[in-house]
Every structure is written in structure tokens, then in C-alpha cells.
Ligand binder design. Structure first.
Ligand code: GLC
Length: 567
């Protein structure tokens, strides 16, 4: 292809800033504490904007900072238009927004509208059947002394709680302090749209939309089939009106194409996803799908364990192919709900750094927008929780309580492995800034203990060490900014059945890339498959010293990662 053709290909690209961006996710409670109360806050984040700028990220997704009783760390909102006291106030928030924008970093806020807190004024008025609020939530009479149906909550137990004040049951797909909004009520939808508009008018750049595919519940709220997975899920995952509501939301308040909107959508497959993000879809930029972080579950998440690379590759390529032309992928391996990726998909022992770099190479060279979760750029690992008193996450606490009621569980030790493997507190231990007490996160007592490895794994040390995970991430982010092929190029999986190697090519006109990743803790031999040309390929990044030009076959060391690109 000659240079003019390349130009044509380039201009034909359906470019968007959010396709070219790397997004950094901040969990405010655990990021940086400026006030010494042991809880991260907005001023703490503001102090670290230069850190984010140095890393090179283009946008920040801020997990909820709104007023909240914190039953689920802010995913239980009691006032959408004010900031939770421990995090600061709207002035602090505005200063943070300005500081980010001054550095060309965009800000994405978390939109939690499947449910509110039970302390939200809407719920308080709804439970008293106060005027228009009467029908803001999903209220039903029970069946004798039993709940209206058999749906289960994501956090364990029934999805219904009886409210003495109103004398009826209300639905909560999550904690009982998170009642579900009644999206069938147009007043609810309008209130949500007004709130979205208000945040947009503050100058933000988009939303991450919490469990957005759960907002529509099947008419009549029928019982769910019992036996597999969460009872009732088939009646609220991608429910009957979800697309109607999302299109309406798009047309009313989200039609500005420069906004990044990423819908969190548990339980979607590729075909479902197209309806949210495809050309005839609901107008979302992308979704967070869960297939690659749930494929190792058995009955439920607490049974997770063995996984195979062949299956992981199959899932990832299905999404790469499925949304290649009509839609866009988000790429993540961990977030505030998932364990640390290096502990799950890599090796958090001797190969911690190598495998953290390998996984980062994967997320930054796939087709889609990479999301980096705070601390990932250091190779932070899962933590240890010696006793249930050390846990803070409502989901984990409920799980342990329920497990202890079962006859085959004698003590916490019987479930400790599960907690330490998949529990959400793993992701939420404080960000490790330095080897100072509490990892330099706080001068007070942290709300959740730091991971004990902070003396070795921390920002200060990583930035002072040339070949650290941090510097590697910076290089990966730069690389993605410099090479369109890594953003827009098509993806082709190589060696799908290889149990150790994840290899693929990226192609955009005459720009090509070859990515080779060894997921084993030992050496493996890689032979470039027929049909893959090595012409013009040069090493762009690797997590170990390797020659500049690829050979037709070469050995990869443990967790070795290489990216070759046409120069
Ligand atoms: C989403 C959030 C999670 C929260 C849940 C309920 O999955 O990411 O942290 O617990 O929704 O809001």
C-alpha cells in the first residue's frame, strides 16, 4: 500500500477521543487522604493530578463521590448533587475538575441510577407514599409473610425487604440499603435525566453507568427459575424496556457525541452488547462486559478458581471480532469489584513484575479502550485477610456470614481462600504511594488495611526504578498514543489452541503489529505461523531484553511479552 492509501485509510477512520484514550479509574476512598481521617478524598486526588499526567492517561473515571451513607462505598447515593462529607465538597470537586482539565485529562463520573440509597429523599418520601414519589421505587405486597417473588440479591439473600413504614416490600437487587428505582415511572426517568444534565452542565466529559442493563424489570415480576446462578436474573438482566429507556436517555441528555459513556453490563454476550453500542444501538460508547472475568465461576463467584488461557483467548477474541466493525470494546482485567489482575491472571510471587507488564501489554494492545485501575500500574497484588474483622466490603461480609450458617463451614478459615482470591477488598486496599507508614496513603488509620507489601511495591520506588512496572505502563500508554494500528487496527488471533502463548496481529492498512505473550512461569517456544509476515517489523516494547528484529521462531522466557510494529 502506498502512502496515499494509508492516508485514505486514516481519514476514513471513525475517530473519537475516547477510542484513543487510556482511562485511569480512581476509587476515591482508597486513593489519597489529604485530611488524615483514614479515608481518601478529593483534595487528596487533586494533589496527585501531576502523577496522572506523568503517567500519561487521558481521562479519569471517578467512582462515586456523592453524598452517601456508604453501605456500599458510595454506590448507595443519598444525594446526587452533593459530595460525601469525608470526600470534601463541590468546591473541592470543581478544583479537581479544573486541575485535570488544565492537564488535558478528562473526567468521567459514575452514574448510579439502578438504585439509590434508602436514605435518599426520594425513598424517604416514597415509603410515606408522599405525592409523586409514591411510585418511585418497586413496592409490592408480600405473599403471606413471604417476599413478593423469589429473586435473590447480588449481595446474598432475598432481593426484597419489608418496610414497616409503608407496610410493603421493596426490591433491592443489591444491599437492602440500595432500593431499586422504578424505571417504568416517567417521573423517575425525568428526575434522572435532570440530574444527568446538571452534572453535564458542570463540565464533565462522560459517565460510567453502573449496572445499567439491570434498570428494566420484567412486567409482573415473575418468579425466577431456581437452580443456576442468581435466581431471577433472567427477569432483570437486559430487561424488556432497557433499550427503550437508554435510547430515551440518549436522546434527552446524552446525544453529544464527544461524551464517553460506558455502561457496566453484567451478563451480556456480544450480541447483546451490539444493541447497546452498535450503530443501531442505544448510543453508548462502550460497555464493560464480564465474560472474561466470570468464566472461571462455578455456581457463583466464590467458587472461582481454575481457568485456562485457551478459554480466555476464546472469550477475548470473540469480543474483539464481535465489536470490530459495529461498536467498540472496553478493555480491563481488574477494577474495584475484581481481584488484582496480577494475582488472578499472572503470578504475584517471583514473576509479579514480569506478569504485571505482560497483562498491561495485553490490555494496551487490544482493539478497544484500556482502563487502568489505580495501583495496576505498580503491579499491586491481592491482600491477605486473616480474620473476617479485616473485611470491609458488604458483599464479602454477607458471604462470610451466610457461609458460617452452613453446616459444612466450620470457621472463617474454610472460606478465607475464596475471599483472598476473588473478594472485592483485594482491589480496595489503599494506593501504595511510598514506604512511609500506611504506604503514604494517610496520616491517620486507613479505613481498610494496606497490603503488607507496600514497602517494596509503591509509587516512589517504582518511579525511581528504571525498569519498573510503572515505567513500562508509561511506555505502553505512549506507544498507544503514537500508533494508530494499536487503536484502530483489526485483530487476528494466532495459535488459538496454544495453552501458554497469547499471540495476535493488528493491522491497519500497511501498519502492522505482532504481539506475543507467554502466560507460563517457564520458557516456551514460539514459531510465527504461516501467513504472518515479519517484513518491516521491529521491536516496539518488551518486558525483557530482546533483539530488535523478530526471528521466525524464538524462545520466550517466563511471562515474557513482546510487541513488534512496523516502523
Ligand atoms: C456495580 C459497582 C459495584 C456496586 C454495584 C451496586 O457493580 O461496580 O461496586 O457494588 O454496582 O451499585
Amino acid at each position: 500500500m502506498n502512502p496515499t492509501d494509508t492516508l485514505t485509510t486514516r481519514t476514513a477512520l471513525d475517530r473519537a477521543w475516547w477510542k484513543e484514550a487510556v482511562v485511569y479509574q480512581i476509587y476515591p476512598k482508597s486513593f489519597n487522604d489529604a485530611t488524615g481521617d483514614g479515608i481518601g478524598d478529593l483534595r487528596g486526588i487533586e494533589r496527585r493530578v501531576d502523577y496522572l499526567d506523568d503517567l500519561g492517561v487521558d481521562a479519569v473515571w471517578l467512582c462515586p463521590v456523592y453524598e452517601s451513607p456508604q453501605a456500599d462505598n458510595g454506590y448507595d447515593i443519598s444525594d446526587y448533587r452533593s459530595i460525601h462529607d469525608a470526600y470534601g465538597d463541590m468546591d473541592d470537586w470543581r478544583r479537581l475538575l479544573d486541575a485535570l482539565h488544565e492537564r488535558d485529562i478528562r473526567l468521567i463520573m459514575d452514574l448510579v441510577v439502578n438504585h439509590t440509597s434508602d436514605e435518599h429523599e426520594w425513598f424517604q418520601r416514597s415509603r410515606r407514599r408522599d405525592g409523586t414519589f409514591e411510585d418511585y421505587y418497586i413496592w409490592r405486597d408480600g405473599d403471606g409473610g413471604d417476599p413478593p417473588n423469589n429473586w435473590e440479591s447480588m449481595f446474598g439473600g432475598s432481593a426484597w425487604t419489608y418496610d414497616e413504614v409503608r407496610g410493603q416490600w421493596f426490591l433491592h437487587l443489591f444491599d437492602e440499603k440500595q432500593p431499586d428505582l422504578n424505571w417504568r415511572n416517567p417521573d423517575v426517568r425525568n428526575s434522572v435525566y435532570e440530574m444527568i444534565e446538571w452534572w453535564l452542565s458542570q463540565g464533565i466529559d462522560g459517565f460510567r453507568m453502573d449496572v445499567i442493563n439491570l434498570i428494566s424489570k420484567a412486567a409482573g415480576l415473575p418468579d425466577g427459575a431456581e437452580g443456576e446462578g442468581l435466581t431471577g436474573a433472567e427477569h432483570f438482566i437486559n430487561g424488556p424496556n432497557v433499550h427503550k429507556y437508554l435510547r430515551e436517555m440518549h436522546d434527552e441528555v446524552l446525544s453529544d457525541e464527544s461524551l464517553l459513556t460506558v455502561g457496566e453490563t453484567p451478563g451480556v454476550c456480544v450480541d447483546d452488547a451490539r444493541q447497546y453500542v452498535g450503530p443501531d444501538g442505544d448510543g453508548l460508547s462502550m460497555v464493560f462486559q464480564f465474560e472474561h472475568v466470570t468464566f472461571d465461576f462455578d455456581e457463583h463467584k466464590w467458587d472461582a478458581g481454575d481457568w485456562s488461557l485457551v478459554e480466555l483467548k476464546e472469550i477475548i477474541s470473540e469480543w474483539q471480532d464481535g465489536l470490530a466493525d459495529d461498536g467498540w470494546n472496553s478493555i480491563y482485567l481488574n477494577n474495584h469489584d475484581q481481584p488484582r489482575m496480577v494475582s488472578r491472571f499472572g503470578d504475584d510471587g517471583v514473576y509479579r513484575e514480569a506478569s504485571a507488564k505482560l497483562l498491561g501489554t495485553l490490555t494496551h494492545t487490544l482493539h478497544g479502550t484500556p482502563f487502568v485501575y489505580q495501583g495496576e500500574e505498580l503491579g499491586m497484588t491481592n491482600a491477605s485477610f486473616a480474620s473476617p474483622d479485616e473485611l470491609r466490603d458488604v458483599e464479602a461480609v454477607n458471604f462470610v456470614e451466610e457461609a458460617l450458617e452452613q453446616s459444612d463451614v466450620e470457621s472463617y478459615d474454610d472460606v478465607r481462600d475464596a475471599i483472598e482470591y476473588i473478594g472485592r477488598d483485594n482491589a480496595r486496599t489503599p494506593m501504595q504511594w511510598s514506604d512511609a507508614p500506611h504506604a503514604g496513603f494517610t496520616d491517620g488509620e486507613p479505613w481498610l488495611d494496606c497490603n503488607t507489601n507496600y514497602e517494596a511495591v509503591n509509587v516512589e520506588h517504582a518511579r525511581a526504578t528504571k525498569d519498573s512496572v510503572w515505567h513500562y505502563y508509561r511506555d505502553l500508554i505512549d506507544l498507544r498514543h503514537e500508533h494508530d494500528v494499536l487503536v484502530y487496527g483489526s485483530f487476528d488471533l494466532l495459535l488459538p489452541e496454544d495453552p501458554a502463548i497469547f499471540a495476535y496481529t493488528r493491522t491497519l492498512g500497511d501498519e502492522r503489529g505482532l504481539v506475543v505473550l507467554n502466560f507460563e512461569a517457564g520458557p516456551v517456544e514460539f514459531t510465527v505461523p504461516d501467513g504472518v509476515s515479519l517484513d518491516g517489523l521491529e521491536l516496539a516494547i518488551a518486558n525483557t531484553d530482546v533483539p530488535k528484529r523478530p526471528r521466525p521462531s524464538f524462545e520466550l522466557g517466563p511471562y515474557e511479552a513482546r510487541v513488534y510494529l512496523t516502523s
